[in-house]
Design a protein around this ligand. Structure first.
Ligand code: MRU
Length: 349
């Protein structure tokens, strides 16, 4: 059975509540933009592509039940609500790019005199629905390009050991996954010897979500704490690190889950290639470098507690940035659905 984080049919959206995983598999209904914003903000759904898709689909279900007599009203509503959804989490760029694309699209429909309000609404909803299929197709392409790139340096009968960080799989996307999609493709080609997934403190996307996906897919895998990566690279031969991205700047600097940067530094030291897997919708050509990326800071409780159980000393203060920026010079290549690019070649996309 394929894992599905997003279940959608016209007018009805449900998401797998990722706060409850891996212990409970519970789908919750998203009835409109308010629900969508809250689910993204509280991380019931997370992962850059999934955030954008759930945000946009929450708008689609809300529009589905409304009746419009005026195109101007649709345009204003769509623009206001998309901008609101962008504010749910600041670092991942996919929702922002999706909002820009959809606002441009709704403006074109508004200017087209042959399109009436109801056609405008249904055309807009169809454009959102198309994102689901496109994301899965893009992830499959990333999987193929990524597997080819990783395997290119080794003989055909060799198998690989890979490290991945955070969760970039079916739960973080419409399906299949980006970095974890590459792992899936390598596994399908029978070229994975072992995957090491990091715990990904403090929110534990690795221990809770990636481990869940790897076990579900029966991919040979082991969980390590974030602090074990250097020891792992020293003691086992690791062929590559593959991670996802929340936002890639025009020069290739990449914001991803906190801890990614230290893994990239460690990979450089051990001569292990470090790949970023990201769809085109995670690349922000409007910013020249990672300095311009806003890093979300999350509540102390994610660090001080595990569930409701306090583990940190009372009274200690916390710093909890959810992401860090890996400089482009530490990145071997960025794997997209359009091919594999060295950071300085990104502009060729
Ligand atoms: O805070 P999260 O769980 O939304 O962070 C997710 C990540 O950092 C992922 O690596 C990234 O969004 C890519 S998901 C394909």
């Amino acid at each position: 059975m394929t894992l599905k984080s997003i279940v959608y049919e016209s007018g009805k959206l449900e998401i797998l509540d990722q706060l409850l995983l891996p212990n409970q598999t519970k789908y919750i209904r998203i009835d409109g933009v308010e629900d969508g914003w809250r689910a993204i903000n509280t991380m019931q759904v997370r992962g850059a592509p999934a955030i954008a898709i759930v945000g946009c689909l929450s708008l689609a279900v809300e529009l589905q039940r409304e009746v419009f007599n005026s195109k101007k009203v649709i345009r204003q509503e769509v623009e206001g609500k998309l901008n609101y959804l962008v504010s749910a989490r600041p670092t991942a760029v996919n929702m922002k790019i999706a909002a820009q694309v959809l606002i441009n699209f709704v403006n074109e429909l508004d200017e087209n005199e042959t399109v009436g309000p109801e056609d405008m609404k249904s055309g807009f909803i169809s454009a959102i629905e198309a994102m689901l299929e496109k994301d899965i197709a893009d992830n499959r392409a990333i999987g193929e390009f990524g597997a080819d790139a990783i395997l290119s340096s080794i003989p055909e009968d060799h198998v690989v050991r890979i490290i991945t960080h955070c969760n970039t799989g079916s739960l973080a996307t419409a399906g299949y996954g980006t970095a974890l999609g590459i792992v899936r493709t390598l596994h399908a080609r029978k070229r994975i010897e072992h995957v090491y997934c990091t715990e990904t403190r403090p929110y534990n996307q690795g221990a809770r979500l990636t481990a869940y996906e790897l076990v579900h897919e029966q991919i040979p895998s082991t969980l390590v704490c974030d602090s074990m990566v250097a020891a792992l690279m020293k003691s086992r031969s690791i062929l590559a690190v593959v991670v996802g991205a929340d936002r890639v700047a025009a020069n290739g600097d990449t914001a991803n889950k906190i801890g990614t940067y230290q893994i990239a530094v460690t990979a450089k030291y051990h001569n292990v290639p470090f790949y970023v897997a990201a769809p085109r919708t995670s690349i922000d050509f409007s910013i020249p470098s990672g300095e311009y990326i806003v890093i979300e800071e999350r509540p102390d409780k994610e660090m001080t507690h595990i569930g409701e159980h306090r583990i940190a000393a009372q009274g200690i203060s916390c710093w909890n940035p959810a992401f860090d920026v890996t400089p482009a010079h530490l990145i071997t290549a960025i794997i997209t659905e359009q091919g594999v690019f060295k950071p300085h070649e990104l502009q060729n996309i």
